[in-house]
Design a protein around this ligand. Structure first.
Ligand SMILES: [Fe+2]
Ligand SMILES: [Fe+2]
Length: 186
């Protein structure tokens, strides 16, 4: 295991169930990040691995397939990718801080929780619901295997390490994925 906290290792299942299990795990880890008695350094590293692995697996397999099947449109997929980038940016701020017991750390955790809670709520409403209604069980199961394989491979490759999160944020900046919220700052 490449993080000190067990992130599970599903290998198959309905992709919707697998995604929801990860979302529940995001929520649990965010709760632990708020807990001043928790090993917050271990928790932030586990959160980083899960966030990157989950988002990459969705972007590589789930969003493209749902788009091809007309369950979601291109704008919805693109919006999801933008929110993953915003989540990675907020995650990077949490990872960059030296200590985990400062006001700065708690402010960064608050921002991260806001971004991630917003995204998982919206994704469940606008992406997973159409997938439930319009994608066959067989395709959802096939997607589950692809999603799990990519997720696990990312975690094995230590995808949550700070250098990798930095690289993802830089790439997202170059692609203009982080522009919208910063209109006022140019
Ligand atoms: Fe998700
Ligand atoms: Fe997502």
């Amino acid at each position: 295991m490449s993080t000190p906290i067990d992130l599970g290792r599903p290998v198959s299942g309905d992709v919707i169930d697998l995604i929801l299990e990860d979302h529940r795990l995001f929520e649990r880890l965010l709760r632990d990040l708020r807990d001043s008695t928790a090993d917050r350094d271990a928790v932030r590293r586990a959160f980083a691995a899960l966030h990157v692995a989950h988002a990459e697996a969705e972007e590589k397999h789930v969003y493209p397939k749902l788009k091809r099947k007309d369950a979601i449109d291109a704008d919805e997929a693109e919006h999801g990718v933008e929110e993953h980038a915003e989540g990675n940016q907020a995650l990077l701020a949490v990872l960059e801080l030296k200590g985990t017991d400062s006001q700065k750390f708690e402010d960064a955790v608050e921002e991260l929780a806001e971004k991630v809670n917003h995204h998982i709520t919206e994704e469940e409403l606008t992406i997973l619901n159409p997938a439930r209604e319009e994608i066959s069980e067989q395709v959802r199961t096939e997607l589950g295997t692809l999603f799990a394989d990519e997720r696990n491979a990312q975690i094995d490759a230590d995808c949550g390490r700070i250098e990798n999160v930095r690289r993802l944020v830089q790439e997202a900046e170059h692609e203009g994925l982080l522009d919208d919220d910063e209109d006022d700052e140019g």
